[in-house]
Ligand binder design. Structure first.
Ligand SMILES: [Zn+2]
Length: 347
């Protein structure tokens, strides 16, 4: 087994495939015996190489999914190459370009329904196409489901190495399955980045740094009640969410709005809040007497923002009340008898 300028390239005596097969216990007996005998002679070059591969294969093996057995080696190599190149220095990896973002597309195709918590993103890098879907859970945590495929070579991405980076540190590693699919859970969405190591040697860098912010406004329609949830920072994405909600076939004829800001970490200016009140008024068709419930965390900062926003909303003719409990907020919004004379709360 001659060396061929291998990736581990610290051992002159065996190549990467031999090491990976040896460590995985799939090397034919004669070759395996040869390597064992060689290691028993305490070759100073091979011992650390053996340790490196052993540790690496032990770490990633449970994550190598349904790739065919004969592809497992190239899959492990792809991930190893990728890990050695992280963080990417300039020019090492193809920088993926975003070509589609569902949050910027006001058409409701594929996002119809009572709950829109997933955001679809598409990227291109060389001949590779990357599809990502971000699903949000409460408090900023979520799941990232992805697929990388070659534009015309089927199976090229089978077993690709994939790492998830956050603030430049590796927070997850896996191998894509036979269809190039992979999945990660993450605790918060800020400054995420994906590194891909395709078995053919191509490295791809997918920056998701702005994803956390853009995905942080979601909407949901239940009967008459439209719930808009801000997690982290809304920035100007509230507008996009409102346009999406308004183009939904489930948009109610006489809507009421819950602004759920319990998970917001932003600090909007009074001008920005005034702008938001305008968008909420648009959502409520500027019908006077419409209701908007503001739900905030039990924090002075949140109360302060809610108070300013409710003043702006009342200027728009919208009845507003501030809650810390979302069920109470929804109860207040549900049209009920004897509610007609309700006072406009200013928070
Ligand atoms: Zn050796």
């Amino acid at each position: 087994m001659p060396s061929r300028g291998t990736m581990a390239d610290v051992s002159p005596d065996f190549d990467d495939d031999a090491w990976i097969s040896f460590v995985r216990g799939v090397l034919p007996a004669p070759d395996a015996n040869l390597m064992r005998a060689h290691l028993d002679r305490r070759c100073v070059a091979c011992q650390p190489t053996h340790q490196t591969w052993k540790r690496f294969v032990e770490t990633v093996s449970p994550d190598v999914p349904d790739v065919p057995a004969e592809s497992a080696n190239r899959s492990i190599k792809a991930l190893f190459t990728l890990m050695r190149c992280i963080p990417f220095s300039a020019g090492v990896a193809l920088l993926a370009k975003r070509v589609f973002d569902s949050s910027l597309d006001p058409s409701p195709v594929g996002i119809r329904g009572s709950s829109v918590s997933a955001r679809q993103l598409q990227y291109e890098a060389g001949d590779y196409l990357i599809d990502l879907q971000l699903e949000r859970r409460t408090g900023g945590a979520g799941t990232l489901v992805g697929q990388v495929v070659h534009a015309w070579r089927e199976g090229a991405s089978c077993g690709a190495g994939v790492v998830l980076l956050q603030e430049g540190a590796v927070v997850g590693q896996t191998c894509a399955n036979s269809l190039g699919e992979f999945q990660f859970d993450f605790a918060h969405r800020d400054n995420l980045r994906i590194g891909l190591g395709i078995p053919d040697g191509v490295l791809i860098d997918v920056p998701l740094s702005d994803v956390g912010e853009v995905a942080s406004v979601i909407w949901n329609i239940q009967g008459l009640v439209i719930t808009i949830t801000i997690s982290g920072r809304a920035n100007d994405h509230l507008r996009g969410a409102i346009i999406q909600a308004m183009s939904s076939p489930e948009f109610p004829r006489m809507p009421a709005v819950v602004m759920d800001m319990r998970y917001a970490t932003e600090n909007p200016t009074p001008d920005q809040l005034r702008l938001r009140a305008g968008w909420i008024a648009t959502l409520l068709s500027r019908r006077s007497g419409s209701r908007c419930a503001l739900v905030v965390g039990a924090r002075p900062h949140h109360y302060g923002l809610a108070r300013i926003l409710s003043v702006c909303l009342e200027t728009e003719g919208i009845q507003t009340e501030v809650f810390t409990n979302i069920s109470e907020a929804k109860r207040w919004l549900t049209p009920a008898r004897g509610r007609k004379g309700h006072d406009c709360a200013s928070g």
